[in-house]
Design a protein around this ligand. Sequence first.
Ligand code: PEP
Ligand code: MN
Length: 339
Amino acid sequence: MLILMNLDAPRNDIESVKKKVVSFGCTAHEIPGASRLAIGLTGPTGTLKTEDFMIMDSVEDVVRVTKKYKLVSRMMKEDDTVIDFGGTSTGGKELTIIAGPCSVENRDQIFTIAEQLAKLGIKFMRAGAYKPRSSPYSFQGLKEKGIELLGQVKEQYGLKIVTEVLDPYTIDGVGEVADVFQIGARNMQNFSLLDAVGKTGKPVLLKRGMSATVEDLLLSAEYILAHNNFNVMLCERGIRTFETATRNTLDLNAVPVIKKHSHLPIIVDPSHGIGIGDKVPAMSLAAVAAGADGLILEVHNDPANAMSDGYQSLNFDQFERLLNKIKQLAPIVDKELIL
Ligand code: PEP
Ligand code: MN
């Protein structure tokens, strides 16, 4: 349920509405937004009557939200969510480019890549310290040491760090350097982890599970927003289909569909989506054309010798050429690449 109030409603009236919501055993969420004053209700709203709120001062309308997901829906919040990072933002006109290796491997590797990214004007670096690998015998990441190295490159180059958190136990350690917590595809429905990152209030990049529907993804995001953490970017990273010619099938349909149903930014990961480095630029451009708010790309100084996902990583030349093309394409879809 959604309660719409006068834009100039006095604080008293807003608090009275929230109090009444709580008295019914529900939770009241003040929905951020410039164009209207809205209070979203979650919990057992089925038994509530719209009249209970319609009679209250400053209430203009009470609307039932029919979708399973509530706070992530456009019905609850009309305006696009723009996540502010101070100097840059995600979800507005500016395209967000998150680039870097699949994994932090060693000091030399991460510094070489960070230096190159900074030179190109990239603001967000991705790199995993804790790696979710299909095989227990594959490289699992440098863990604490990787986080420490990310802290060092962050300090040296001023890059914002996007890195994966695998479980609730490592949130504090990862959170010391992460500007954005990445929740990987395999953890999209790890609900205790979603609750935990929700509570931090920090931005989250939530990747779509490989067999998850768009609705599943939005319901997972709902767990985070339910903690009043609206700083969520959704990520389409390819789904499993019968096709074996590519690693996954990048579902670009999801981009305009999500834009319609949700106010949250959507980032596309063509690297995992197609899984073949020289095909990544084509799918990156397609993602921007489809209306994505940004891209997360695997970029490596030496893809052939990377410890994970080298085959799908771009080298520096490929990455720079792609950026030039994105810059030209962006204005056609009312976006801008600022480097
Ligand atoms: C990654 O970003 O390196 C990764 C493991 O992604 P995903 O969770 O989408 O497989
Ligand atoms: Mn990877």
